[in-house]
Design a binder for this molecule. Structure first.
Ligand SMILES: NC(=O)c1ccc[n+]([C@@H]2O[C@H](COP(=O)([O-])OP(=O)(O)OC[C@H]3O[C@@H](n4cnc5c(N)ncnc54)[C@H](OP(=O)(O)O)[C@@H]3O)[C@@H](O)[C@H]2O)c1
Length: 281
């Protein structure tokens, strides 16, 4: 049975949906059922259940708050993934966990591959990078998937923020100097399971095809929902935030596409399907 941790989040929700469709048994836990900071409870859960694979979707994802809460961020993004990696090895389970495009400093100017050297800029991204290293140190059969700008129907994300702002404002200003790729949590779930089913281990990048600035993402989304307001370009310096972000962090996902033998859909297709999924809810 697959154990999903952090199952109420964006990716966790999508994994549950896909696994249900595939009629595969899984246990879905979030902090209420299994607090990952409670290591003895986590180990007991894994020892007591027939877990063949752990997919860790839990994380500390508040990039700005992490600057003033580094201890909690490092516990959730470094120590927890490493403990799960060690425990998975001890109990003979497969193990998947996630990292971020923010491990890069954004200076490369073309899509980052798994071979590129990370240079994290913020507390959040330093904790994620330390998590990657610690996970492989504890369990070299781990699968670590870096992704970017995730959106899905569960939990908070930039799409939901933009729709909320658009409901209240006739004019919106969105930054056009941060570029990466929005990634639909359902595509991330599907490609993660495909990799697992092919016994994937090691480091992979997964983001939807194409690249976009926050402005491009908002423009596409607002057009699709028929918003009649005015969208203006802004710069990151117009909205100073505690955490530094890479200006360009598009991930090259060709290694993953080659491993599973199919192309990752575009981010625009991801947004279209996200809106359909939101409407179905
Ligand atoms: N979101 C992005 O844009 C993005 C970008 C790059 C990489 N990633 C990575 O992709 C993965 C999936 O992200 P996501 O967006 O699906 O995350 P998410 O929506 O924030 O979900 C994470 C889940 O983990 C839960 N959690 C927090 N602390 C926990 C604990 N102590 N024990 C158990 N569960 C706990 C959260 O609960 P609360 O909500 O109550 O805290 C939440 O339900 C993460 O590793 C993330 O860092 C995400």
């Amino acid at each position: 049975m697959i154990l999903i941790t952090g199952a109420d989040g964006q990716l966790g929700y999508s994994l549950q949906k896909i696994l249900k469709k595939q009629n595969r048994p899984f246990a879905a836990t979030d902090v209420g059922e299994l607090n990952l900071l409670d290591f003895p409870a986590v180990e007991k859960y894994i020892a007591d259940h027939e877990i063949s694979c752990i997919i860790n979707c839990a994380a500390y994802n508040d990039v700005d708050k992490a600057e003033s809460e580094p201890d909690l961020c490092f516990r959730l993004n470094t120590e927890v993934p490493a403990f799960l990696a060690k425990t998975a090895r001890k109990y003979g389970c497969r193990y998947v966990t996630y990292s971020t495009d923010f491990v890069f400093d954004g200076k490369k100017g073309s899509p980052y591959t798994e071979e590129d050297e990370p240079c994290p800029l913020s507390v959040y991204s330093k904790a994620k990078r330390a998590g990657e290293i610690a996970v492989f140190d504890k369990n070299d059969q781990s699968l670590v998937i870096r992704t970017s700008w995730v959106f899905g129907v569960a939990n908070r994300n930039f799409n939901k923020q933009v729709i909320g702002w658009a409901e209240k404002n006739a004019v919106l200003k969105i930054v056009d100097d941060q570029i990466s790729s929005p990634t639909y949590s359902e595509d991330l779930a599907i490609f993660s399971l495909d990799l697992l089913d092919r016994n994937g281990s090691g480091l992979y990048h997964m983001s939807n095809d194409g690249e976009a600035s926050k402005f491009d993402q908002a423009a596409y989304l607002l057009n699709r929902i028929g918003w009649k307001g005015e969208l203006l370009r802004a710069k990151s310096s117009d909205f100073p935030l505690p955490a530094e972000r890479p200006a360009y962090s598009k991930l090259n996902s060709e290694k993953l596409e080659a491993a599973v033998g199919k192309k990752i859909p575009s981010w625009q297709s991801g947004i279209d399907r996200y809106l359909e999924e939101m409407n179905e809810q």
